[in-house]
Every structure is written in C-alpha cells, then in structure tokens.
Design a binder for this molecule. Structure first.
Ligand SMILES: *[C@@H]1O[C@H](CO)[C@@H](O)[C@H](O)[C@H]1NC(C)=O
Ligand SMILES: *[C@@H]1O[C@H](CO)[C@@H](O)[C@H](O)[C@H]1NC(C)=O
Ligand SMILES: *[C@@H]1O[C@H](CO)[C@@H](O)[C@H](O)[C@H]1NC(C)=O
Ligand SMILES: *[C@@H]1O[C@H](CO)[C@@H](O)[C@H](O)[C@H]1NC(C)=O
Ligand SMILES: *[C@@H]1O[C@H](CO)[C@@H](O)[C@H](O)[C@H]1NC(C)=O
Ligand SMILES: *[C@@H]1O[C@H](CO)[C@@H](O)[C@H](O)[C@H]1NC(C)=O
Ligand SMILES: *[C@@H]1O[C@H](CO)[C@@H](O)[C@H](O)[C@H]1NC(C)=O
Ligand SMILES: [Cu+2]
Length: 606
C-alpha cells in the first residue's frame, strides 16, 4: 500500500514536470564538484580551486534549445556561487548565481542545482561569483552548438561550398582556449594585502592558456626598452624610474598616483607581490590539430575566452590570420585580423586556415598598464602525406607588449563589428541612468558606481529576486519597466582611471557611443544633437560587456542601451575582480512589473 501510494505520487510529479517543459526529454545534466587543493599550473604550487579535480573546469557542451541542470557540490572551505557568464537565464533568473541578488550562498558541504535553458548559441563560460574567487581558478568554458539550420556567416569568408563545409565542420568541433591571468597568492590573501596596504595590487605571476604556462622573468633592459608611453607617464607622475623585476608598475607609484591623498602603507605588501620574480619551467599548452592529407585545406575554430581577473591582452597566432566570426556568442560579419584584444569576460570565436604544417606560437600578451608579461602555447599540425617540416621559430605579429611588428598587422576593430544577421535597436530610450565611476571612500581599493560602494553585506541579505523592492533607494539599485529601452551612461569622474570592463547580467547591450570629457547632457538624444558623430544608432556593437574608455588626464564616458525583455534581478559590475570586490556593482530590477514567482526549492534553499 505504502509503495503504491508513493509510486503514484512519483508518476504525477513526473507528469507535471514533463508537461511544463516545452520540449519533452531529459535535461542535459552536469556535476561540478569544487575542491580546495594544491596545484601548480605555472610550476608554482599553491592552493586553488579545482573543478572535478581539474583546472580549468570541464567544458559544458550543449545544443541550442537544451534544458540544462548543473549540480554544484561545494567542498570548499568557504561560501560560493556559480554564474553562467552571458547566459540570459530567460525565465530562470534564480539560476544566475549572484549571492544576495538571485540566490543564497552555497555553504561549505552543501549542493545547489542550477536549472536553465540554452536559449542562445555560441561561446559562454561559468565562474564563481563570490568575492574574487574567480582568481582562485574557478572557471570553465560553455559551448552551445547552434541549430543545424541556423544562418551562419561563413559564405562571407568564402564562396566555395567545400570551404564553407570545412568551416562548418571546424565550428562543430570548436576548441575553447581559456586565457587567464594567474596569481600565486589566494584571492583572500590578495584582498587582505589590499586592505593592509590601502592599495590595489595589480601585479600577477603568469598568463595561462588552458591552465598552463610559466613564470617568465625578463631582463631589466628588456623591461626598460618596452615601456609604453602610458607606462612612462605613470612613472613620471610618481617620480619613478623603472618597472619591477616582475614587469610591474612599482607599488610606490600606485600609492603616489592612484592613491594620491589616501591612507596607504606600501611596506605592508610582501616583496613577492610586486618585486621578486622567480622563473619556473612548467610545460606550456600544445594544441594539436589533425590536418587531412593532401592539398585540401583544413580549418580549425577556437573560442577565445578572456577569463582574466585583471588584465586586458592581445591574442595572436604567429603566421596565421584569424577570421573572427562571433563575439560574446553571437555571429558577426567576419573580420579577418592578425590580432585581437580581449578583456575580462570577452569571447571571440575565430576560424583559422591551416595552410602550412608546422609549429606556431600562440601569444597572449598583457596590454594592461600596470604589468608587462606574456603567456604562450603552441599550435601544431602536420600533413600526414608529407615529411615533417623543419623546426624553426615562428614569426610573431605582435611584440611582447602587444604592439604590431609590421604595418600590415590588423587588430579586431570593435567599432566596425556588425551583427549577423543585423540586430535591430530602438532609436529612443524611455529611461536614462547616469552612473558615475570613481575611487570612493577612504581607501584607493574601493570603487563605486553611482558614487556609492556596493555593500558586500548585501551578499548575505535575502536575495532581491525573492523580495522585489521597486522603491529601494540605496544609490546602487536601478529599477526598470518591462518592454522599455534603457540607456546607461558611465562617466569616469576621477583620473587617471583605467578602463573598466562593465558586464551586465541578463542580456546584451548596444554600445551607442563613447568619448572624452564630461557627459553634460541629460540624455543620449540631447547629446546626439550636439555631437552626432560620437554615436551609432544604426548598427552598433552588441555584447554582454563593454570596457569604458581609459581616463588618463581627464574624464571620459560611455553610453550603452538595452532592451528590458528579461525580467529578473541582475548585477551590473566591473569584471575586474579587485574592483568587483572593491564595490563596483549595481543591482538592476529589470522588468520588475513582470517578475515571476521563485520556485519553492530556491526560496527555501539553505
Ligand atoms: C615629484 O617630484 C616633484 C619635483 O620634486 C614634486 O613636486 C612632486 O610632488 C613629486 N611627485 C610625487 C608623486 O612624489
Ligand atoms: C605598515 O605595515 C607594516 C608591515 O605590515 C606594519 O609593521 C606597520 O605597522 C604598518 N604601518 C602603519 C602606519 O599601519
Ligand atoms: C603598426 O601599425 C601602425 C598603423 O598601421 C603603423 O603606423 C606602424 O608603422 C606599425 N608599426 C610597425 C612597427 O610597423
Ligand atoms: C556564508 O553565507 C552565509 C549565508 O549567506 C552567511 O551567513 C555567512 O556569513 C557566509 N560566510 C562567510 C564567511 O562569508
Ligand atoms: C547616496 O548618495 C548620496 C549622495 O552622494 C549620499 O549622501 C548618501 O549617503 C548615499 N546613500 C547611501 C545609502 O549610500
Ligand atoms: C544615484 O545616486 C543619487 C545620489 O547621488 C541618487 O539620488 C540616485 O537615486 C541614485 N541612483 C540610483 C539608480 O540608485
Ligand atoms: C561640461 O560642463 C563643464 C562644466 O560646466 C564644462 O567645463 C565642459 O566644457 C563641458 N563639457 C562638454 C563636453 O561640453
Ligand atoms: Cu574596474
């Protein structure tokens, strides 16, 4: 009797679930178990986060339209959450992974099930959204294969059917390249050093490709000879003479320039953070590609993923131009380039033609002002029908600080990026929010949007999604109405200020314009009457993150527009981990008039 009852309940429950999904069939399930272990990606053993025993985490491979279920097991000694970067979480805002906004933290020893639908195709990734835990190595790629019949932009690269088919095949087997910056101190220790010194400490140890790399220590002469104009300017502003042995702007200059007028204590920074460089000799990543024999050309596709916690850098493959065919998961009109710069969270999907068997260096070069360093891997392919080519050094397109080495080197140009097919944009916006960006509070490591440091205590508050509050005015909560278009205008108000890679959860934004000076107007429409050339209302770039322009000697601004078509509580924030932890976030209650009830299992989660 007991058994029968139980069984019938189960059957009813199953039927209810099946009836509410629009595609019958099981979700794709994944388990991600996070552990805190010693690991040496660049040859230096340190404690970091492994995912299913690995770093970086495994690829979540999906098809467009799949229902997805990711069970996270937190075996870490601290709280965590997982965010699926760029995934819109349509109708499942509770699976977005932001503590205090969309869920409660996953405590040590606990599990959490993220359920969502792959409503987009392309390149995405997942990472921790707790403090700066991303810097401890908690990230991995997501590949969502487009539908067979989806329009692809490959006919814009070649009009030969055979070549288009080769490109489609390469896309179906796309290889993620996880590009990251790596630090020997844990994220918690790194933050403690910021607090003790009153400074940001933007100096890392290595650049990794697919979790492999090494610490390279350059000769002082090399470092001195490669200083860029911006780096010289900073040295000059702080009366300094040289970058450190790690290729970093000295902490004393950061104290004199960035933290001018603030409380600092440079001697609270251990020497290994900025000054001491100890080289390692760990193995680098080798990407082996099978090339079909004979004259038939072969193509390979990579999803470049900028999982950086700090740097912006330039990626290139020696002697191999790349066709960039998708950006942040969406197809674009392909651009043929030799180099592309990536910042925190960026994805570029690229096709490379394998025309001359051999070994070629893939370079990830820091472009970030406070540190010069590089990471490399090897792209290796052979023609099985021909003798192995002689080994020789490949010829780089870019220097070790990301500059073109010849006049013919083309960089990806975001301003010229066109959606494929075109993505329509509204010519007007119903709401404008001005967001001032500044260093705020007594310490230079605290950053603010709308002049206000996002309180970290909100991480442990009842998630905003569970208790909408359209009247909330704490200076860091934006509320919008469903169906409207919203303009966000970012203004750098103190300088020198670095670019901020601003990421919005929930949906993609259009970059309307940017420029130097103060944005004195009350709306984009007003500004466009005075400076029309600064705006693109026809076919602006569309992505889930945009970097604000650097404000070196005066203010700068950036205007983005988005459509409120995805109700939920979303974070808007700088993706640099120290800025995120330093308070550079706002909460957005998008389409709060259309919020749906959060399922009980999420509401009651402990
Ligand atoms: C740099 O030196 C000049 C001239 O001695 C001095 O006026 C200025 O305050 C110094 N700047 C810093 C940041 O120490
Ligand atoms: C600066 O840091 C050093 C090293 O941690 C410490 O000994 C010293 O007391 C600190 N000075 C101040 C003024 O806090
Ligand atoms: C780099 O490219 C720029 C713009 O095309 C060009 O003016 C410059 O000469 C190039 N640098 C080198 C070293 O060729
Ligand atoms: C972990 O999360 C819980 C619930 O939000 C919170 O009460 C606790 O303070 C957090 N622990 C840490 C160390 O942040
Ligand atoms: C909001 O900003 C105003 C003006 O900067 C400030 O006076 C106020 O304290 C801020 N409120 C909060 C909750 O931070
Ligand atoms: C931004 O801060 C100002 C106070 O400086 C406040 O009046 C305004 O409401 C804030 N904006 C948001 C969206 O919270
Ligand atoms: C904005 O206003 C300030 C002060 O009112 C003025 O100095 C500046 O020139 C204006 N900037 C622009 C771009 O109009
Ligand atoms: Cu930032």
């Amino acid at each position: 009797m007991w058994f029968r009852q139980c069984l019938s309940v189960l059957v009813v429950a199953w039927a209810a679930t099946a009836a509410t999904t629009d595609r019958p069939g099981k979700p794709k399930t994944f388990e991600l178990t996070f552990t805190w272990e010693k690991h040496a990606p660049d040859g230096f053993k340190k404690e970091m986060i492994l995912t299913n025993g690995k770093f970086p985490g495994p690829v979540l491979e999906l098809n467009h339209g799949d229902d997805v279920e990711v069970t996270v097991r937190n075996k870490l000694p601290f709280n965590t959450t997982v965010h699926f970067h760029g995934i819109e979480m349509l109708n499942t805002p509770w699976s977005d992974g932001v503590p205090g906004l969309s869920q409660r933290s996953i405590l040590p020893g606990k599990s959490f099930v993220y359920r969502w639908k792959a409503t987009q195709a392309g390149s995405y990734w997942y990472h921790s959204h707790h403090r700066s835990q991303l810097n401890d190595g908690m990230y991995g790629p997501i590949v969502i294969h487009p539908k067979a019949g989806a329009a692809r932009p490959f006919a814009k690269i070649s009009n030969k059917d055979k070549v288009i088919r080769a490109m489609e095949k390469a896309e179906a087997e796309v290889k993620p390249l996880v590009l990251s910056d790596h630090r020997h101190v844990t994220s918690e220790r790194g933050w403690d050093i910021n607090v003790a010194s009153g400074l940001e400490t933007p100096c890392f140890d290595s650049i990794l490709i697919n979790g492999k790399g090494r610490v390279d220590c350059w000769a002082p002469e090399k470092i001195a000879s490669l200083l860029t104009a911006e780096q010289r300017l900073f040295l000059q502003l702080g009366n300094g003479t040289a970058f450190t042995a790690k290729g970093c702007l000295p902490a004393s200059i950061i104290a004199a320039v960035q933290a001018r007028g603030k409380v600092t204590n440079v001697s609270a920074i251990p020497p290994e953070i900025f000054d001491q460089c100890t080289p390692t000799n760990a193995p680098r990543e080798v990407i082996k590609v099978n090339k079909k024999g004979g004259d038939e050309t072969t193509w390979v596709a990579f999803d470049l993923i900028g999982t950086f916690g700090l740097i912006t850098g330039v990626f290139s493959i020696d002697e191999h131009p790349m066709y960039i065919y998708a950006v942040d998961g969406d197809y674009i009109e392909p651009q043929q380039v030799e180099a592309v710069s990536l910042t925190n969270g960026d994805r570029y999907s690229v096709l490379v033609e394998l025309t001359k068997p051999g070994d070629y260096t893939m370079r990830m070069v820091s472009l970030t002002m406070p540190q010069m360093f590089t990471g490399t891997a090897t792209l290796s392919y052979r023609d099985p029908k021909k003798p192995a080519p002689p080994t020789k050094e490949s010829v780089p397109y870019v220097s070790d600080v990301g500059l073109n080495l010849t006049a013919s080197v083309r960089f990806f140009d975001q301003a010229k990026m066109k959606a494929f097919p075109p993505a329509p944009i509204s010519q007007t916006a119903q709401q404008t929010v001005k967001v001032a960006m500044r260093v705020a509070g007594p310490f230079s490591y605290n950053w603010a949007l709308n002049d206000t440091v996002y309180p970290m205590a909100l991480d442990d508050a009842t998630p905003l999604l569970f208790r909408p509050d359209p009247e909330r005015n704490n200076n860091v909560t934006i509320t919008t109405k469903s169906g409207t278009w919203v303009d966000l205008i970012f203004q750098a108000v103190n300088f020198p200020m670095p670019p901020h890679p601003i990421h919005k959860h929930g949906n993609k934004m259009y970059l309307l314009g940017q420029g130097n000076g103060l944005f004195n107007w009350s709306s984009v429409a007003e500004a466009a009457k005075v400076i029309p050339a600064s705006f693109n209302f026809v076919d602006p770039p569309r992505r889930d993150g945009f970097s604000t322009p650097a404000a070196l000697q005066g203010p700068s601004w950036m205007a983005v527009r988005y459509h409120v078509n995805n109700p939920g509580a979303w974070l808007l924030h700088c993706h640099q981990q120290s800025h995120l932890q330093g308070g550079m976030s706002m909460a957005i209650q998008d389409g709060v008039d259309k919020w749906v009830t959060v399922p009980k299992e999420y509401l009651n989660y402990k």
